[in-house]
Design a protein around this ligand. Structure first.
Ligand code: HEC
Length: 148
């Protein structure tokens, strides 16, 4: 039979190989394409959300509450001895006029660094930056406010 002649089988095999190669080569080109990724600037614009840990809530009670009060109302036991009253951390009306960066700097470098009273101490040598970031978040929780 002509159909099953060796030439036919051979050319059929060649046909299969060609299809296989072209088919595969197209597919592998697709596979080697790099995965879609958002540009770096977008990733920078969405920082990880800061979660306030239990440890940081305790830190506030240990280091901040004697002036700012247990509930952050500015009525800690030391408050009456200070020439400038400690900031009330529940007062949204004022706190929403301040940025997170200003809070961070006030805590890390002290009141003076953000044009506030020096009786707000600097905590940069006592606390890590990440703890300070969490304290900023904690103050935003206390005031139930964000910077406008
Ligand atoms: C010795 C008392 C004292 C302690 C302790 C203290 N603060 Fe203060 N803090 C102040 C005073 C006083 C001010 C108000 C400064 C002003 O209004 O000029 C202030 C202001 C602030 C402000 C507001 C700055 C602004 O933008 O007006 C932040 C935020 C703050 N304190 C965070 C903290 C945190 C967090 C801690 C604990 C790690 C802490 N403070 C511990 C006295 C204290």
């Amino acid at each position: 039979m002509k159909k099953s002649s060796p030439t036919f089988i051979l050319s059929y095999c060649v046909f299969l190989i060609v299809v296989g190669i072209t088919g595969c080569s197209e597919k592998s080109a697709e596979e080697t394409r790099p995965p879609l990724k958002s540009p770096a600037y977008l990733e920078e614009a969405t920082p990880e959300p800061v979660v306030v840990s239990e440890k940081t809530r305790e830190t506030y009670q240990w280091y901040c509450a004697q002036c700012h009060g247990i509930q952050g109302k500015g009525d800690g036991i030391n408050a009456k001895f200070l020439t400038v009253p400690p900031r009330n951390h529940t007062k949204a009306k004022y706190l929403e006029t301040r940025t997170d960066k200003q809070f961070f700097e006030a805590i890390k470098f002290g009141g003076l660094s953000v044009g506030r009273a020096p009786c707000m101490p600097a905590w940069g040598n006592t606390m890590s930056d990440s703890t300070i970031h969490e304290l900023v978040r904690y103050i935003r929780e206390l005031c139930q406010c964000e910077a406008l």
